[in-house]
Design a protein around this ligand. Structure first.
Ligand SMILES: Nc1ncnc2c1ncn2[C@@H]1O[C@H](COP(=O)(O)OP(=O)(O)OP(=O)(O)O)[C@@H](O)[C@H]1O
Ligand SMILES: [Mg+2]
Length: 388
């Protein structure tokens, strides 16, 4: 588990900047923009360190420190006071209130990291093994579904795989569509205007906490939990919000046993961030030469990002029954990567399922395509069990 740091500042730009800098160093960040919020967050989130601003409108940092020190559950949480006040008196006042260290703004990132590391190391030594640990959540297994271009069935695969994993393993499953403005699952599953993802995207990325993401998950009747993208084209503006998705996907990875991410086509900036939490990828391709060429290039890109042969499961996803398409043997000749599963086209059934606002595997579990989804889910569950 990464160490958690609570950053407190009434200036949103500072919050965002400091939050992102520390996040890039691998820390988990929670944020508060006033004194009251800081006290509440310190108790609820039990951070390993608090980076605290002094001048805030509702309650200054000295008062926040005194109150933290007076409360048993936060009395020993390390605090670094972080402020533009640089007079000796100000520092002395901070130490008297109970802070552990002092940093003056503006600070160099290197200096900030050095102080954070040193104070955290001291905290680890003094708290010892008997310290009451916050209940740690276990990280789930994250599967990203991707394709070289749009329309190849990525969303259909993501939702049917999610529901199949739930059906076969009975574990907690979450499915997230990382395509703001281009969602298709909400309409197919009968949700009008899902706004949860947009609410997260309107926050300051450093302020997106585990609980925020958790509270935006919808529970579908299939018992999977869903983070659905808006289908309003205007919301595609959020596709530049990769810093938000970095936080969202990181939290999501702790919110279920299996997490299926609909990454959509190609490697967008959002996908690039989401790949950091993926354990394996499912690459969907169709039996058409130009798509095979593009899929081959996608594979090379993914290999460069640490997703080599062993971490990518390529599936041939047929959406049409046609004599004009390549056979598996022909595809396999062109595509230099083993194809794990071949899905049979089921245009009528996929259409009917969407009309009834359910997924294919729910409406037609005995159909051959559904059976292939269950098989894929079983093979993933087996891989996870052998890793455990
Ligand atoms: N097994 C299938 N057989 C036939 N048609 C299918 C099948 N699965 C999905 N489709 C159809 O293919 C189309 C694309 O599917 P889907 O929306 O899942 O793809 P996508 O890759 O997520 O697309 P986008 O890039 O637009 O998000 C849809 O019209 C869907 O109904
Ligand atoms: Mg889609």
């Amino acid at each position: 588990m990464p160490e958690k740091i609570l950053v407190v500042d009434d200036d949103v730009d500072t919050l965002r900047l400091v939050g992102l800098m520390l996040q890039r160093q691998g820390y988990q960040i929670v944020a508060a923009s006033n004194g009251q919020q800081a006290l509440a967050m310190a108790m609820a989130e039990k951070p390993e360190l608090i980076l605290l601003d002094v001048m805030m409108p509702d309650m200054d940092g000295y008062e926040v420190t005194r109150r933290l020190r007076a409360n048993a559950s936060t009395a020993s949480t390390p605090i670094i006071m972080f402020t533009a006040k640089s007079q000796v008196d100000d520092k002395v006042m901070g130490f008297e209130a109970g802070v552990d260290d002092y940093l003056t703004k503006p600070t160099q990132p290197r200096e900030l990291f050095a102080h954070v590391k040193a104070v955290l190391a001291r905290g680890r030594k003094t708290s010892g093994p008997a310290a009451p640990a916050a209940p740690a959540r276990e990280r789930g297994y994250v599967i990203g579904v991707i394709a070289a271009k749009g329309g190849l069935g990525v969303s259909t695969i993501a939702i049917n795989l999610g529901i199949s994993l739930r059906t076969r393993t009975r574990k907690d499953v979450a499915v997230a569509e990382l395509r703001p403005g281009e969602g298709s699952l909400a309409l197919e599953l009968g949700y009008l205007n899902p706004e949860g993802m947009n609410r997260l995207l309107q926050k300051n990325p450093a302020e997106i906490g585990l609980k925020d993401v958790e509270s935006e998950l919808l529970t579908h009747k299939s018992e999977t939990r869903l983070l659905l993208a808006s289908y309003n084209p205007a919301d595609a503006k959020y596709q530049a919000s990769d810093a938000h998705f970095e936080m969202i996907t990181r939290h999501l990875s702790y919110l279920a046993n299996y997490i299926v991410l609909d990454l959509g086509p190609a490697i967008s900036p959002i996908t690039d961030k989401a790949l950091a939490v993926c354990d394996e990828l499912i690459l969907a391709l169709e039996p058409i030469p130009t798509t095979i060429t593009r899929s081959q290039l996608l594979l090379e890109e993914l290999a460069g990002r640490g997703f080599g042969e062993g971490r990518v499961n390529s599936v041939l996803y047929n959406r049409q029954r046609s004599e004009m398409q390549f056979s598996l043997a022909q595809v396999q000749k062109e595509f230099k990567h083993t194809i794990g599963i071949v899905f049979t086209a089921a245009p009528e059934l996929v259409y009917q399922a969407a009309r009834a606002n359910v997924a294919l595997v729910t409406q037609h579990p005995d159909n051959l395509t559904s059976q292939q989804f269950f098989k894929l889910a079983d093979s993933i569950a087996k891989r996870v069990r052998t890793k455990e």
